[in-house]
Design a protein around this ligand. Structure first.
Ligand SMILES: Nc1ncnc2c1ncn2[C@@H]1O[C@H](COP(=O)(O)OP(=O)(O)OP(=O)(O)O)[C@@H](O)[C@H]1O
Length: 222
């Protein structure tokens, strides 16, 4: 198996009277180079799905595989290694380090371990269209440019899986299209299995398939 495979995962959150079924027997398979979107109402479990896929939450039952590695049952240390080596995260706001230039943001993930094959940060900034702003710090970049840096940073270590949470939340319509089209292109060119959670139905045409989450249950949209 390559890419991401989530099999029959359930997750309950909270305690006492406040127990919520965040994920209810969810299965999802994403192949290398495939771009999947997950839509659904607020509180339906979309962030929980990304948390489970990224080894940040442990499901009550079910399996999560990334490449040939099973995540469920692994130690915190092993999960942290898998996250570092195999998973790229892109968040709603780009979560850049304020003091670092764009090119140094990209170098950062490669300083946390030994990687056989990382990307060249300048080439990657060029690929995402902001090579000319390599020496700028986050406050000197626009929201769309910051998202591009965040996407490039997530791709530095050649991850198998890219988990993207509301990447267009802070962007206007035009920038949203550009950023999601960039995600689609990188997904295909780099052969990464990408899951993007979004409220933004205007960007779904860039995706290979769309799933809807309602009350913790995931169904594929026609
Ligand atoms: N730490 C927690 N403890 C208890 N319940 C939680 C916790 N985190 C989330 N929940 C609940 O689990 C359910 C799923 O939440 P989740 O954040 O996955 O939804 P979401 O679809 O990502 O929502 P949004 O679109 O608003 O971000 C919600 O009912 C939420 O209130």
């Amino acid at each position: 198996m390559n890419g991401l495979k989530i099999t029959d995962v359930s997750l309950t959150l909270g305690d006492g009277d406040e127990i919520v079924t965040a994920l209810d027997h969810v299965s999802l398979e994403v192949a290398p180079g495939e771009f999947v979107a997950v839509v659904g109402p607020s509180g339906s479990g979309k962030s929980s799905l990304l948390a489970v896929a990224g080894g940040l939450s442990t499901p009550d039952s079910g399996q999560v595989q990334i490449g040939d590695e099973e995540l469920v049952g692994r130690s915190a240390k092993e999960l942290s290694r898998i996250r570092r080596e195999k998973i790229g995260f892109v968040f709603q706001t780009s979560n850049l380090v304020p003091a670092l230039t764009a090119v140094d943001q990209l170098r950062l993930p490669t300083t946390f371990g030994k990687f056989a094959d990382t990307r060249d940060p300048h080439a990657l900034l060029d690929e995402v269209g902001i090579a000319h702003k390599a020496d700028r710090r986050p406050h000197e970049l626009s929201g769309g440019e910051r998202q591009r840096v965040g996407i490039a940073r997530a791709l530095m270590v050649r991850p198998k899986v890219l988990l993207v949470d509301e990447p267009t939340a802070a962007l206007d319509r035009q920038r949203s299209q550009e950023v999601v089209s960039l995600l689609a292109r990188e997904t295909r060119e780099q052969g990464v299995a990408t899951v993007m959670v979004t409220h933004d139905r205007d960007v779904l045409s860039h995706c290979d398939s769309v799933y809807e989450m309602v009350d913790g249950r995931l169904t594929r949209q026609p």
